[in-house]
Design a protein around this ligand. Structure first.
Ligand SMILES: Nc1ncnc2c1ncn2[C@@H]1O[C@H](COP(=O)(O)OP(=O)(O)O)[C@@H](O)[C@H]1O
Ligand SMILES: [Mg+2]
Length: 366
C-alpha cells in the first residue's frame, strides 16, 4: 500500500520512504476556514526564481483573530510566502487575498491593512524610539493629529514607554524586537505579519515576546501570521500551524491535531549499555509499542501508546536479562515528532530531559 495519502498528493508533498508511516494517519491538511470570517487566503501560490521553485503551490486560509504559524527549517520558503502576502515580491502563479484584497491587484489597499515585521531588525540605531516610530507613522500615512496618540499607545502596549527618548542602540535585543513590534502597529493594522519574531533572542526575551503578542492579539483584535523554526514557539503561541518543507505545505492543523495525527502518543528514549541484535525485536513486542527507531549503538526511540507502561516494561526486560540501562526518558509527542513523521528530518530545538541516568559502570569509557 502506498504510504502517500491523497491529501499529501494534492499538496505536492514528497515523502521520505525511510519514515515510518502507519496507514490511517493521513497528514491533517485542512486548508479552509470553515464558517469563520477570513483574514488571509492563499490559493495554489507559487514563487519561482529563474528555474528554482521556492514555493510550489501552497493553499491555506487564516481566520480573523487567529495566530497562524508557518513552521519549517531554513530555506523552506517561509519568508518567500510572507513577502508575497505582504506585496514585497510578485506572485509567480496562484493568488493571495489579504483583508479581502488580491495582493496583485490592490497592493496599496493590502499595505494599509497590514503590519509587517521583517526577519532582520531594521530600526535605526542612532534614533530614539520615538523618532523611529514617527518615521513609520509618516510612512504609513497616519494623520498628523493622530501620530502622537498612536505612538503613546504602541509604546505602552510593548512596555517601552519609559524608553521613549532613549537611543535605540542602548536597547537589549529583546527590547529592540518589541520596538519593531510597536513600529509595525503604529498605523493600527488589522493583520500582523511577523517573520521569525524571536530568532536570536535569549529564552527569557523570547517568552516576553510571546506574552506580548498574545496580549496584543486580544487587546488590538489582531490576526497574526508568523513564521518560525522553533517548535516550542509554534506550539505555545499558534492556534494553527502549517508545516512547510521545500516549498510545500506538508501538514496543517492545531498543535493537538498535528500531534494526534502521528502514531503513538509518547516517545521513550532508551540507551542500553550494550548493543545486541535482539533489542529492536524485543522492544517492538512490548505492549502498546507502535514503532522502534534505532538511533545509534544501543540507543532506540520507542513510539508507544503508553510511555509509563513501556518504561516499566523496559526496566523489567533489562533486569530479567541482566543488562544495564544507561538512560531512559519519556516525553509526550512533540511537534518535533510530527515534523519527523511528515518530512523524514529533524527540526529539534530542545533536548529530551532524562527522567534518570544510570551512573557509568566501573571501568566504562566516559
Ligand atoms: N531572491 C532570491 N533569489 C533566488 N533564490 C531565493 C531568493 N530568495 C530566496 N531564495 C531561495 O528560496 C528558498 C526559500 O527561501 P526563504 O523563503 O528565505 O526560506 P525560509 O524563510 O523558510 O528560510 C531558499 O532555497 C532560498 O535560497
Ligand atoms: Mg526566512
Amino acid at each position: 500500500m502506498s504510504p502517500e495519502t491523497t491529501a499529501q498528493k494534492s499538496a505536492g508533498a514528497s515523502r521520505n520512504p525511510a519514515v515510518d508511516d502507519s496507514p490511517g494517519n493521513p497528514a491533517p491538511l485542512k486548508s479552509d476556514c470553515g464558517e469563520k470570517p477570513v483574514a488571509i487566503e492563499v490559493q495554489n501560490i507559487v514563487k519561482r526564481y529563474g528555474d528554482f521553485e521556492a514555493v510550489k503551490g501552497v493553499n491555506f486560509c487564516v481566520a480573523e483573530g487567529e495566530i497562524f504559524g508557518l513552521l519549517g527549517p531554513n530555506g523552506a520558503g517561509k519568508s518567500t510566502l510572507i513577502r508575497m502576502m505582504t506585496t514585497l515580491i510578485p506572485v509567480t502563479a496562484g493568488k493571495a487575498i489579504v483583508a479581502g484584497h488580491n495582493v496583485a491587484d490592490d497592493p496599496d489597499e493590502v499595505r494599509r491593512m497590514i503590519g509587517v515585521i521583517p526577519q532582520a531588525m531594521t530600526s535605526d540605531q542612532d534614533l530614539t524610539l520615538e523618532e523611529n516610530l514617527l518615521i513609520y507613522a509618516k510612512l504609513y500615512g497616519v494623520p498628523r493629529g493622530e501620530r502622537e496618540k498612536n505612538i503613546d499607545a504602541v509604546l505602552e502596549a510593548v512596555d517601552l514607554t519609559k524608553w521613549r527618548d532613549a537611543q535605540t542602540k542602548t536597547l537589549s535585543g529583546g527590547m529592540r524586537r518589541r520596538l519593531e513590534i510597536a513600529r509595525g502597529l503604529v498605523h493600527n493594522p488589522k493583520i500582523f505579519f511577523l517573520d521569525e519574531p524571536t530568532t536570536g533572542l535569549d529564552p527569557v526575551s523570547r517568552i516576553a515576546v510571546w506574552e506580548m503578542l498574545n496580549k496584543l492579539k486580544t487587546t488590538r483584535n489582531l490576526t497574526m501570521l508568523l513564521t518560525t523554526h522553533y517548535m516550542e514557539e509554534a506550539d505555545k503561541l499558534c492556534n494553527r500551524i502549517a508545516i512547510v518543507d521545500h516549498g510545500n505545505l506538508v501538514a496543517l492543523g492545531t498543535p493537538v491535531e498535528l500531534k494526534n495525527s502521528v502514531a503513538g502518543a509518547n516517545v521513550v528514549e532508551v540507551h542500553f549499555d550494550r548493543e545486541t541484535e535482539e533489542w529492536q525485536g524485543r522492544l517492538e513486542k512490548l505492549d502498546g509499542v507502535t514503532s522502534v527507531q534505532p538511533e545509534s549503538s544501543g540507543f532506540y526511540r520507542v513510539i508507544t501508546k503508553s510511555g509509563s507502561k513501556t518504561t516499566m516494561q523496559i526496566v523489567e526486560l533489562a533486569a530479567s536479562l541482566g543488562e544495564t540501562l544507561t538512560s531512559l526518558s519519556v516525553q509526550n509527542t512533540t511537534l518535533d515528532d510530527v515534523f519527523i513523521h511528515y518530512t523524514g528530518r529533524q527540526l529539534r530545538d530542545e533536548q529530551v530531559k532524562p527522567v534518570f541516568s544510570m551512573p557509568p559502570r566501573p571501568g566504562a569509557q566516559p
